[in-house]
Ligand binder design. Structure first.
Ligand code: 13P
Length: 363
């Protein structure tokens, strides 16, 4: 294993308060997002959209690395320039999603195991040869009645650790993504418990598989109440006196109403308890949070705790950077420039959040 290369890659990805842009949606996921907006679900439309992203002027000011899907990794601009070349010119490192998706875990209704270990060594070597410098694997954990089970936690942590060891052998920094989903009626406290249990299991397995912790980036969820959890009491109190405010809050999902400071505090506590100090960086996923809230929460963590943190605290968002731009693009060439402006703006807002300098006025 070339430890120096892995450590240098971590430094490059985490330097200057930049973060990562996940644009590694599989074709079915990308097609689903297109379908919702009436965009054709074709290879050409996916290519056009990815060209819009990688050619966004100034993207490298806030983004140090992008995570690509195999199709995009090999694609070119309309003029034939490979996307990898465009990214290199912008000073952005290319990464690659290498899991093959979360499948039903046998004998565990409602639980998933992420697959993709078969043949992974050879695929990683090929991606390294083509220029990738980091990789991503996503484990998904749902909270519910008796879920996640111990067996699901352990199986996913084990797969993540096997993947991470193979990545490091191939010279690729592994992004370790363990996502506790927002779906469900669980409380913030339950999400905290599960998130800590997931991360404890992950680090036990990473140590067991002899993964160099200095050469990984952890990609966790923020700790949030479930999408269909009970609405906080304060909402009702506010609602009694202020009609306007009532309507706005009641229209919102419980996870959106959660207090930004509380989310920041609880998330930080979970990470302090579970993530070793030698890990160079933690890059959050957005998980379906509205873009502004994901920025506000990341900002609050850095604003309050940055000076005390052993790791860089940054972002590796997909939807919280891309969705506002996708909503503007709608598959229309005439909307490309406006969509790129919004994409760049969200990236810049998140970089500001890494410094604890994001304000609502920026959004
Ligand atoms: P979201 O930020 O949309 O959660 O996506 C992150 C990601 O990489 C999912 O694997």
């Amino acid at each position: 294993m070339n430890a120096q290369l892995l450590i240098e890659t971590a430094q490059k990805l985490l330097a200057n308060d930049k973060g990562l842009l996940a644009m590694d949606e599989s074709n079915p996921t990308c097609n689903q997002r297109f379908a919702k907006l009436g965009i054709p679900q074709t290879v050409e439309a996916r290519r056009d959209y990815r060209e819009l992203i990688v050619t966004t002027p100034g993207l490298g000011e806030s983004i140090s690395g992008v995570i690509l899907y195999d199709e995009t990794f090999r694609q070119t601009k309309r003029d034939g320039t490979p996307f990898l070349q465009v990214l290199a010119a912008a000073g952005i490192l290319p990464g690659i999603k290498v899991d093959t998706g979360a499948k039903d875990l046998a004998a565990h209704p409602g639980e998933k195991i992420t697959e993709g270990l078969d043949g992974l060594r050879e695929r990683l070597q090929a991606y390294f040869q083509m220029g990738a410098r980091f990789a991503k694997w996503r484990a998904v954990l749902a909270i519910g009645d008796g879920r996640p089970s111990r067996s699901c936690l352990e199986a996913n942590a084990h797969a993540l650790a096997r993947y991470a060891a193979l990545c490091q052998e191939a010279g690729l920094l592994p992004i370790i993504e363990a996502e506790v989903l927002m779906t469900g009626s669980h409380t913030l406290e339950r999400c905290r418990q599960v998130t800590e249990e997931v991360l404890r299991n992950v680090f036990i397995q990473l140590n067991c598989q002899r993964v160099l912790l200095e050469g990984i980036i952890l990609k966790p969820n923020m700790v949030l109440p479930g999408l269909s959890s009970a609405r906080p009491q304060e909402v009702k109190e506010v609602a009694a006196g202020e009609q306007q405010y009532q309507v706005r809050l009641i229209d919102r999902r419980p996870d959106e109403i959660a207090d930004v400071s509380e989310v920041a505090d609880v998330t930080m506590k979970s990470l302090w308890r579970t993530v070793p100090a030698v890990v160079p960086g933690i890059a959050f996923l957005s998980g379906g949070q509205p873009a502004e809230l994901a920025s506000a929460r990341l900002n609050m963590m850095n604003h309050r705790f940055r000076a005390q943190l052993p790791w860089a605290l940054t972002f590796s968002f997909s939807r919280a950077i891309q969705q506002p731009a996708l909503d503007i693009w709608l598959g229309q060439e005439a909307n490309v420039v406006a969509a790129q402006k919004v994409l760049r703006h969200r990236a810049d807002c998140n970089r500001a959040a890494c410094r604890g300098e994001y304000t609502a006025a920026m959004a």
